[in-house]
Design a protein around this ligand. Structure first.
Ligand SMILES: *Cc1c(COP(=O)(O)O)cnc(C)c1O
Length: 324
């Protein structure tokens, strides 16, 4: 793997991986190795650091110097984009659905403080999609590179692939599968493309009604595999990357919905037992799904699972704390 690692690969290797005792897996003979990508950066936490890295690089190398993207009131993606742009000297525009509220959410307040220009648009316009708005946004903000909501483009997935690469590089064969929460699924697709064959990546969807998610993931996974041969870095010697699976049953009502009391209890118990904080929209649902699958005998005793903590803890500010 030599001396030609870029900053992203370096940073990824420095992320702690820790064996975390957790009764619900351990009593079934399953080991949990937690990859603490929530610690990779204080503000661009978790998978968004990876998904934005090559997008930022494209903005500076192309000379455009500005990234525009989309998100909601508590968007981890806009938050990370604002912080990343601030750190890298790239201008950022965040397009948010709905009216500008009298009081901004803490997420958007921070984003604005980092210099992100916020543009509020109606829900109908938002639904019409990025391309329909492009001309108007260009008139208002000048030239920009457009990053889809959630950072879900190929540069995003290619960045996320570095998570898979770092897992394989640091654990070699000492793991059996990698678990990750899924929104757009580009993190799952990227990770799977960089894992050795036989070490599947398992995504837990937080969306109700996954629609075309599986098809989209398959496409991005393929695209990452074709890109990989052009990269300078040596990836594990596999032709096809790892298979991936999408688990759909644990969205608990859908994206960012109010949590059922049972899940709030699970959240509180997990944090009390492990000392690891979870975000309520993504990682909580992954761990909940992992506990359910383990209880159903989905994994054999002796299985070593890597779980990716994708961060997003700033989003806790939009939810009642689990301990109340
Ligand atoms: C955005 C996000 C995800 C989802 O990533 P995708 O690549 O869209 O699947 C998962 N976890 C956290 C904490 C996130 O902020």
């Amino acid at each position: 793997m030599g001396g030609n690692l870029d900053v992203l690969h370096q940073r990824a290797l420095d992320v702690p991986m820790q064996v975390v005792p957790w009764r619900l897996l351990n009593e079934r003979g399953i080991q949990l190795i937690l990859r603490r990508d929530d610690l990779i950066d204080p503000h661009q936490s978790g998978n968004k650091f990876y998904k934005l890295f090559y997008n930022l690089q494209a903005a500076s190398q192309s000379g455009v110097g500005q990234l525009l993207s989309f998100g909601g009131t508590y968007s981890n993606h806009l938050y990370a984009l604002a912080a990343a742009g601030h750190a890298a000297g790239i201008r950022t525009v965040g397009v948010v659905r709905g009216e500008r509220p009298a009081n901004l959410s803490p997420t958007l307040k921070d984003a604005e403080a980092w210099g992100m220009q916020l543009c509020f648009i109606s829900r109908a316009e938002y639904r019409a999609g990025a391309e329909a708005l492009r001309g108007r946004l260009r008139d208002a903000y000048g030239d920009f590179l457009l990053v889809p909501e959630g950072g879900a483009n190929l540069d995003g997935a290619r960045g996320a692939a570095v998570i898979g690469w770092a897992i394989a590089a640091s654990l070699e064969n000492e793991f059996d599968a990698v678990c990750v929460p899924c929104g757009t699924g580009s993190t799952l697709a990227g990770i799977a493309s960089a894992l050795p064959a036989g070490k599947p990546a398992i995504g837990f969807s937080v969306l109700k009604g996954a629609g075309n998610l599986g098809r989209d993931i398959a496409q991005v996974h393929q695209a990452c595999l074709s890109l990989r041969s052009h990269l300078l870095l040596s990836y594990p010697d596999v032709a096809s990357g790892a298979p991936w699976r999408l688990i759909n049953g644990y969205h608990a009502g859908g994206y960012a919905r109010k949590l059922p009391p049972m899940l709030v209890r699970f959240w509180r118990d997990f944090e009390a037992e492990t000392g690891i904080f979870l975000d309520p929209v993504y990682s909580l649902k992954m761990f909940w799904g992992m506990a359910q699958l383990a209880a159903q005998g989905y994994w054999k005793p002796g299985t070593r699972l890597v779980a990716v903590h994708t961060g997003g803890l700033q989003g806790r500010r939009g939810f009642p704390a689990p301990s109340v």
